[in-house]
Write a protein that binds this ligand. Structure first.
Ligand SMILES: [Zn+2]
Length: 275
């Protein structure tokens, strides 16, 4: 699933293509992806709304219209891109939403597995209200991270991927951040010492920043809006590398299942020792 760096890359790619345009009309063929409002009201309401800008919150893409906001979650296989009308053909049979723009282009939402979600709302907080802080925000300090971890008995891997704890971190970047900070994914959060928390805080921000610089991880469906791949997958230390040597110590990377999710770690570097 696209995580913070992938979604941020999509937003940055689409921003110059959409900002200042007007959505003339919308079409869809898979109503289940549309959370709110219902289909006929969605089509009627979005027509004529100008695009004021694009932003991201967690793994959500916000296309700021006037007066509403179009919010899209890519989930497993969603892709968003803009093409000229004349380049639209039926080759991409997974396009379930398309938005006609006022410059002879279309914004298309392709989603093979149909887990993606689309919202058109007046107040984005009705969709985003329960999300935790943005890990790369200036305002997200080490002290706040420490405070949020206090008293949390949950294990690190599920906690880091809990969107109400921290917005935007998923399977790939959680595994990478835990490897960088040399913490075991099953370790309960409340057992971390001050140094552990400091390392984890910086590791999370480091892997997310690097992820944005490398324009995301194209390990499966994710592509940039121009159809090309990001390059994070070329530099992963543990994610998807079961059996290959740990870049730090050479021991084979292990894959375990934590809360139903494949989790990758170095059992030597990330050994859980209580101080
Ligand atoms: Zn190692």
């Amino acid at each position: 699933m696209p995580e913070l760096p992938e979604v941020e890359t999509v937003v940055r790619g689409l921003r110059p293509l959409l900002t200042g345009r007007t959505i003339l009309s919308a079409r869809y063929d898979w109503p289940a992806c549309l959370v709110t409002p219902d289909g006929p009201r969605f089509v009627a309401r979005i027509a004529g709304q100008p695009v004021r800008g694009l932003s991201r919150r967690g793994k959500y893409i916000l296309i700021v219209l006037d007066p509403d906001t179009l919010i899209i979650h890519l989930k497993m296989t969603g892709r968003l891109y803009v093409v000229p009308d004349e380049a639209v053909h039926d080759a991409d049979r997974w396009v379930h939403f398309s938005f006609q723009l006022d410059n002879g282009h279309q914004l298309r939402f392709s989603d093979a597995r149909k887990f993606g979600r689309v919202y058109l709302v007046e107040d984005p907080q009705t969709v985003l209200g329960s999300l935790g802080p943005e890990p790369l925000d200036e305002s997200f300090s080490l002290e706040e991270f420490r405070e949020r971890l206090r008293g949390r008995s949950g294990r690190l891997k599920p906690l880091l991927t809990d969107q109400t704890f921290l917005a935007g971190v998923g399977n790939i970047y959680a595994d990478e951040a835990l490897w960088v900070s040399q913490l075991h994914p099953l370790r309960p959060a409340h057992t971390l010492g001050d140094d552990d928390v400091t390392r984890l805080y910086h590791a999370i921000r480091h892997v997310l920043r690097e992820g944005i610089i490398r324009e995301g991880a194209s390990v499966n469906w994710y592509r940039k809006p121009d159809g090309t791949k990001g390059t994070v997958q070329e530099t992963l230390n543990v994610y998807g590398r079961a059996g290959q040597p740990c870049p730090r110590c050479g021991h084979p990377i292990e894959r375990i299942v934590v809360a139903g999710r494949g989790t990758h770690l170095c059992p030597v570097c990330q050994v859980w020792q209580l101080a």
